[in-house]
Write a protein that binds this ligand. Structure first.
Ligand code: F6P
Length: 398
């Protein structure tokens, strides 16, 4: 066969859907993040245009499967959503079908019920041959109970925290880093003007990826991450040096999960009805209070919060999300069963869906960006950086 004919045959064959995949669902679970819509678009367009598969959208994560809130998605429905933040389907970070909160008993204790059968019935009613589940480790754990009941689920890793095991990056992370970096740049100029210490608390749960990356990108002076428990003494010494011998201000980035060597993480609230009941928060104010007292310097705190999750994805996240969505459908059409798409060493592939369930990918403490940060003179709260704040010598005029 002539070479080009062979290529045409291969392409035609690859575009013929396996007979058992005619209709699929897509849902977004867990906290939202920039790029969800870009994945929904890529999944929908690839399924419809490349393979002639029907697509339906499931509203508000697994809640839509429980309530039977499912609507058709056409190419037209997803036109223009690539650049939009949030998710057109809605999301939910409180719904685990196998442990679904249905109310409280007379003592106020939560009552849970297993709703996985209800989800499976909805999937059958809508003749779904597979569901594309876009979510983080909690969503993948929840999905595993539906897999046990026979559903075929292809996962797409989502989170600004960048802490999903098996993939070197999740979409949404780079946009959160860009937003945080912009905030830190702004804090920089006001810190400089007022000769203050500015503490900025960033998200990330138990991982410090956002704080580390935005901290280095903004040239921040102190970066505190959960992976490196800190002592106050090196921070105080460093801040004192910067105030007296250095530029006279300091930017301190604190991941919400950061903790002292001697202490625990600071918890903002506990919700026993949520699959992930702990919400971290408050470490920024704690660090600021201690610096202000020990260093006798005016200190302010900013908690960036959900601003890191909102708004349009940056170009890199649009591309990543498009790759992931496209690859999810390729994986399904190649016969994939209960897989999660990933990127490792810049190559897209897939791993077992449960690979990431209930785990977190933390920063290795020998990570190159930590070393690079240290080389820039950044204090990570475990030692005082070797810095020489000498006044620059006047230029010699000849
Ligand atoms: O996992 C994403 C994330 O934004 C974390 O960084 C943060 O700790 C948590 O979600 C906040 O959750 P919620 O939206 O429930 O406040």
């Amino acid at each position: 066969m002539a070479g080009w004919r062979k290529i045409v045959t291969i392409i035609t064959l690859s575009m013929t859907p396996p007979k058992n995949i005619r209709r699929i669902g897509v849902l977004t679970g867990g906290g939202d993040c920039p790029g969800l819509n870009a994945v929904i678009r890529a999944v929908t367009k690839t399924a419809i245009l490349q393979y002639g598969i029907e697509v339906v959208g499931i509203e508000d994560g697994f809640q839509g499967l429980i309530d039977d809130r499912v609507r058709p998605l056409t190419s037209r429905d997803v036109a223009g959503i690539l650049v939009r933040g949030g998710t057109i389907l809605g999301s939910n970070n409180r719904c685990n079908p196998s442990k679904y909160h249905v109310g409280n008993d007379e003592h106020g204790a939560p009552i849970f019920r297993d709703m996985t059968e209800r989800c499976v019935e909805t999937a059958k009613r809508h003749r779904l041959d597979a569901i594309i589940v876009i979510g983080g480790d909690g969503t993948m754990s929840a999905a595993s109970h539906l897999v046990d009941k026979g559903l075929n689920i292809i996962g797409v890793p989502k989170t600004i925290d960048n802490d999903i095991v098996g993939t070197e990056i999740s979409f949404g992370f780079l946009t959160a880093v860009a937003t945080a970096t912009d905030a830190l740049d702004r804090l920089h100029s006001t810190a400089d003007s007022h000769h203050r210490v500015m503490v900025c608390e960033l998200m990330g749960r138990n991982a410090g990826w956002i704080a580390l990356t935005a901290g280095v990108a903004s040239g921040s002076d102190v970066i505190l991450i959960p992976e490196i428990p800190f002592d106050f003494n090196p921070i105080f010494a460093f801040v004192n040096d910067r105030m007296s011998k250095g530029p006279g201000f300091a930017i301190v980035v604190v991941a919400e999960g950061a903790k002292q060597k001697s202490g625990e993480q600071i918890v903002a609230r506990i919700d026993p009805t949520s699959p992930d009941p702990i919400r971290l928060g408050g470490i920024g104010a704690f660090v600021a209070k201690n610096i202000e007292k020990a260093c006798n310097v005016e200190t302010r705190t900013t908690v960036l919060g959900h601003i890191q999750r909102g708004g349009p994805p940056i170009a890199a996240d649009r591309i990543l999300a498009t790759h992931f969505g496209y690859h999810a459908i390729l994986t399904l059409m190649a016969g994939g069963h209960n897989r999660m798409v990933v990127r490792e060493n810049n190559i897209f592939s897939d791993v077992d869906l449960l690979h990431a369930a209930g785990k977190q990918r933390l920063i290795p403490i020998d990570h190159g960006l930590i070393s690079a940060g240290r080389a820039m003179g950044t204090c990570f709260g475990d030692s005082v950086p070797h810095l020489h704040f000498s006044k620059s010598k006047p230029a010699v005029v000849v």
